[in-house]
Design a protein around this ligand. Structure first.
Ligand SMILES: [Zn+2]
Length: 444
C-alpha cells in the first residue's frame, strides 16, 4: 500500500516552492510528487516547508563527546588535537556504538538523513587489530541503523603522523601499517555491509600529512575501482600547506591531483587555504565546508564562491559536532563570505539548500537522494514555519528556512519511506539527550 503525505509547502527541483504538494511513496522511493489544493483522504499532513533530507557530508562522530569541553581559551588547532587524542584513546567498539547511536540520533532530529562518517578509529589503542578488524566500523554501521539514518562510512587511510613521521601514541590505533593492509580491511568491510541497503562504504585520505604520494595513489585507485566516493581533508591549516610544499614542492591539492585522486567522486573537506591553481583543480569535484568547526578551530575562511564558480559542488558538514545544525552550516557558507569580503549576496537560498541536500547526497554516493521527485529515494524532512524562529517569515520560505531556521525547527524526518522523527520526537530512540548524556558521561 503506498503511503501519502500532503505538504503545506515543499521545495521542489529547480528551487520552486509549491503549496499543497502530495508525496506518494512505495517502498523506499517516491512514486509520484504533485500538487493538489486539499489533502487527499488518508494523507498525513506536514505543516511547514518540506525539503529533501539533509546530508551531513563530514562527521567525526566521536568528537561529539568533546562538545563544551574544548572551545574556551586560547590554544590552536594542534592543542585541540591533543584533547581529541585523549578522547580517541578511551573508545572501545561498545562505547563507540553507544556514543555514535546517540550522535546519529541527534543528527536525525536535526533533519540529517545521510551522514558521511570520516572514520579512522580502526584498531585497539595500542594499534593491534580487534578480533574483527572492522569492529569499530561495524559499531558505526549498527549505530546508524539504530538511529534510522543512511551512512556512508568513509574508511580513512591514515599511515603517518606527519610528513615522513610514523604514527605515535594515540595515533597508533588509526593506522593499518600499509596501504595494501588498508585495502584488504576495507574490502572485508564492504563485503560485511553489502546486504545493508542504507549503508555504503567509501574511502578517505586523512590528509597529505598522513600518506605519501604512492599511498595516496593506492587509496585513489581503490576508490576508482570500487566506484566509491573519495574524501580528504585538504589545506585546513597553513602549516599543513607549508610542510607539504617543503616535503614535495607541491601543495596538497597538487599532490592529490598527481595521485589521480581528483574528479567527480572526490570531495575536498575544508579547502580553506588554496592557491588559484588549487581552486581550478578542485573545481573538478566536490568541496565540503564545515563553517562552525572552521570558526571554532580558527582555521580561516575558504574561497567558497570561487570554488563554486570553478565548478565544485559545495556541500556542508558538522565535522567536530560541536554544533549539529546543517541549516546553520549552510547559511554560514554565505555569511562567512560576507565577513571576508564586506559584501553580501554570494549565494542564493537555493544554492545553500542544494549544498545541504542534493550536493551532499551526491558527495556521499547517494545521487538518488536529495530531491522530492518521482523515482528518487523517499528521504524528506519538514521544517515548521510556526515556531518562534520561523513565524511571520513572509513569502520567501526557502530563504526564511535557510537564513533563520534551526535544527530545532525540524519536526518530521522520513528516511526510505519510514518515519524516523515525528512531532520532533525520535521514533527509535525517544530520549536522545539522555542517551548522549549517558554515553558521554561514561567516557569521561
Ligand atoms: Zn574532519
Amino acid at each position: 500500500v503506498p503511503l501519502t503525505w500532503w505538504c503545506d509547502y515543499a521545495w521542489l527541483p529547480g528551487g520552486r516552492v509549491e503549496r499543497g504538494v502530495v508525496l506518494t511513496v512505495s517502498g523506499e522511493r517516491f512514486t509520484a510528487v504533485g500538487t493538489v489544493p486539499v489533502p487527499p483522504p488518508g494523507a498525513e499532513r506536514l505543516p511547514g516547508l518540506t525539503l529533501p533530507g539533509l546530508a551531513n557530508a563530514h562527521s567525526h562522530a566521536f568528537h561529539r563527546a568533546l562538545r563544551g569541553r574544548t572551545h574556551a581559551g586560547r590554544g590552536t588547532f594542534w592543542t585541540w588535537r591533543e584533547q581529541m587524542y585523549d578522547l580517541a584513546a578511551r573508545l572501545t567498539p561498545d562505547s563507540y556504538l553507544e556514543l555514535a547511536r546517540a550522535t546519529y540520533a541527534e543528527m536525525a532530529l536535526a533533519g540529517i538523513t545521510t551522514v558521511g562518517e570520516f572514520h579512522y578509529l580502526h584498531h585497539d589503542p595500542s594499534g593491534r587489530p580487534y578480533a574483527d578488524p572492522n569492529a569499530m566500523g561495524a559499531a558505526l554501521a549498527e549505530a546508524a541503523r539504530a538511529a534510522g539514518v543512511r551512512l556512508t562510512l568513509l574508511d580513512t587511510c591514515y599511515l603517518h603522523g606527519g610528513f615522513g613521521r610514523d604514527l605515535e601514541g594515540p595515533q597508533r590505533r588509526f593506522g593499518d601499517g600499509t596501504a595494501a593492509a588498508w585495502r584488504q580491511r576495507v574490502d572485508a568491510l564492504r563485503d560485511d555491509l553489502r546486504g545493508d541497503p542504507t549503508t555504503r562504504v567509501g574511502a578517505a585520505i586523512h590528509s597529505c600529512r598522513a600518506l605519501n604520494p604512492a599511498q595516496l595513489a593506492d587509496v585513489a585507485g581503490w576508490a576508482a575501482d570500487a566506484g566509491a566516493p573519495l574524501h580528504a581533508h585538504v589545506s585546513e591549516q597553513r602549516a599543513e600547506n607549508a610542510e607539504c610544499v617543503a616535503a614535495y614542492g607541491r601543495t596538497p591539492t597538487e599532490l592529490l591531483a598527481e595521485a589521480g585522486a581528483l574528479g567527480p567522486a572526490f570531495t575536498a573537506v575544508h579547502a580553506t587555504h588554496l592557491t588559484d591553481g588549487d581552486v581550478k583543480l578542485l573545481g573538478a569535484g566536490g568541496v565540503c565546508l564545515c563553517p562552525s568547526t572552521e570558526r571554532d578551530l580558527a582555521d580561516g575562511i575558504g574561497p567558497a564562491r570561487r570554488l563554486a564558480d570553478a565548478g565544485a559542488g559545495l556541500s556542508v558538514g558538522s565535522d567536530s559536532n560541536a554544533v549539529i545544525d546543517l541549516l546553520a552550516e549552510a547559511r554560514s557558507v554565505e555569511l562567512d563570505q560576507r565577513l571576508a569580503t564586506e559584501t553580501r549576496g554570494h549565494f542564493t537560498a537555493d544554492e545553500l539548500l542544494t549544498a545541504a541536500t542534493s550536493a551532499g547526497q551526491r558527495a556521499l554516493g547517494w545521487p538518488d537522494a536529495g530531491a522530492l521527485a518521482a523515482g528518487r529515494l523517499a528521504d524528506f524532512i519538514t521544517v515548521r514555519l510556526d515556531t518562534v524562529r520561523t513565524a511571520g517569515a513572509g513569502t520567501d520560505l526557502a530563504g526564511a528556512v535557510v537564513h533563520a531556521g534551526t535544527a530545532a525547527d525540524v519536526h518530521t524526518v522520513v528516511v526510505a519511506g519510514r518515519t524516523i522523527v515525528a512531532e520532533g520526537t525520535h521514533q527509535l530512540l525517544p530520549d536522545v539527550a539522555g542517551a548522549l548524556d549517558a554515553s558521554i558521561g561514561a567516557l569521561w
